[in-house]
Design a protein around this ligand. Sequence first.
Ligand code: MN
Length: 730
Amino acid sequence: MTAQTTSESYFQNQLREQAIVDSVAAPKGIDELLDLLRDYLAEDEVGEVARAYEFAERSHRGQFRRTGHRYITHPVAVATILTDMHMDHQSVMAAIMHDVLEDTGTSKAALAAEFGEEIADIVDGVSKLDAIFQSRAEAQAENFQKMAMATARDIRVILVKLADRLHNMRTIGVMPLEKRRRIARETLDFYAPIANRLGMNAIRIEFEDLGFQALYPLRADRIYRAVRSARGNRTALMDELRISLEAALRREGIDAHVYGREKHLYSIYRKMKTQRKSFSDIMDVFGFRIVVDQVDASYRALGIVHNLYKPKPNRFKDYIAIPKANGYQSLHTSLVGMNGVPIEVQIRTRQMDTFAEKGIAGHWLYKTEESGDGNQVRARQWLAGLLDLQQRAGSSLEFIESLKIDLFPDEVYVFTPDGDILELPRGASVIDFAYAVHTDIGNHCVAARVDRQLTPLSKPLESGQTVEIITSDDAHPNPDWLTFVVSGRARSAIRQTLKVQQRSDSIRLGRRLLDRALANENSSIKRLDFRRLRKVFKNFGVRRLDDLLEEIGIGNLMAYVVAQGLLAADDDDFEAVNIDQAGPISIRGSGGLVTNYAKCCYPVAGDPVVGHMTPGKGFVVHIETCRNVEDIRRKHPAEIIPARWTNDTHGEFEALLNVTVNRRKGVIAELAAAVTHADAGINQIQIDERSAQVSGVRLEVSVKDVDHLRRVEQRLNTVTAVQEVVRPVE
Ligand code: MN
């Protein structure tokens, strides 16, 4: 190491120097890359890669990087990283073209036309990931990782992106200070954890060390220098321990490689910072890795090592039997060596070692060695057990297909307009989102824009979308929302609000009913002095006017009866007078909560109707000519309330049709088909066999309005077996 004569640190110089050398900035030319690909790809696949190169080279012609190299050298370097992992030709092609959408005038459609949808999707996915990372907020690192992975869907998008970032980190030294710090922080916050999640240890370590050096060059210097000076004292002891481990294994006939392990700079820094350990505490531990051929050899090696040095109790971990979540497999143990030296040993097979270093990418390296070997299968379970690959171990194509499933199947991650990220359960709608932001937002939600497009409230959201809620002060939750919300929070908030709303609806209805009844006596609620009428409240079992009105609205009290009681108490001379009908009650269909439709006559929007207050049921709507209504009209004419449909009535109405048909096979199916063809629903079919030739069929259908019902009748009449269709009004 050279002496530090300026404030410039060793790593600042180091990063700047390495960025511009050809072996880092432009490690391979296209011909060398194609040669490497010929080792594991078919010639026609190599040809496709060459074609992608020509396309990208043309697109980037005239562009240069800060390192002074032609721009195309960067995507080729990224492709080279993937080639080292033996990634498939589509990934390599996508890597070569990964910047053409963003940096040149090329469209995704043009790319798809030239190279197919699959490659265009990967390239597009890489570009979108950039956008997501650039809108990040630091506190949300964990969510970002998940979001990035959930959005990408095809794991190859992530792998191309990681390779892209890796090459950018290797050449970060040419970036101006501010940009360098931002990129380095992003790398430590997101890219290193994602590499870790995918079990790609080698790349994670490179991300961490380069990120550390670029973000904290002086701290990296200090640790680097301390490691160098400690190394001198350690080397001899390290060699001695390694030789004795090797000899012991060889004596027992185990073919093993023993490596001394050194902690990398960033892990030392992190341990000092988070575990508050001193530098010497960390450096005084001697780490070894023993790599063997077979799983059973791992366990035998463990026994030998435990025999050689005394194992520390409770420090043994069997990650072979129970792999870590990212698929990592190894045996870990801690020992006490000669003179009390602490030793940490990892034991694993060569295959496990490859997976521990390369993680998911290890699959491509091992893809020709498919077998029933459980280790390999387990090693791929870094998707937290999502990918059950045991069944699909056949071809790498199937493997790639299986990677397109969601990495986080139970959640979606979406942005608020401010760039915050919300985690919602899968299937969550705009309404769930609104309630997740705030109960008031949910309660007053009227519409929503998803990625700037107006979107139905019930449509399930997808990861990566930006959701903006449009509210209105006089909006209320709709009972229909309960049919599609998935979050508990939204569900209970809607229920709670509806309960309150139902009461105010009832009060409003009760007020109108009472006013109508009072109007018949030339009075009104306003005109009555309720302070004097308290005792009447008691007679009706309520304490306040609102409660009285609610009872009327629900139908527990008859408006007519209450009006009589109030007026009699208000005026001793009061006598019942004739009923003069005031304006009709408006019915607005399914949105209303108090309204019920009579089960005797099945009124449908558009029918001439009247209302009747039925105790316990509230306001019940009947068809004007219903026989039950005629009965009431005869006995208690004041209880019949005129009603009409509002113009914006909407909903599903049940209606009854009696159909007489000639008996023959399949006729019921024909009736059902006719109803369905008229876009109506069938709730119930009841068959009454009247004779050998004729059946009566009682059809309960659901329709939007009376016109719709008429269309259903017409459809039914087209069935040849149908003699008659009648809508009964009882
Ligand atoms: Mn790039």
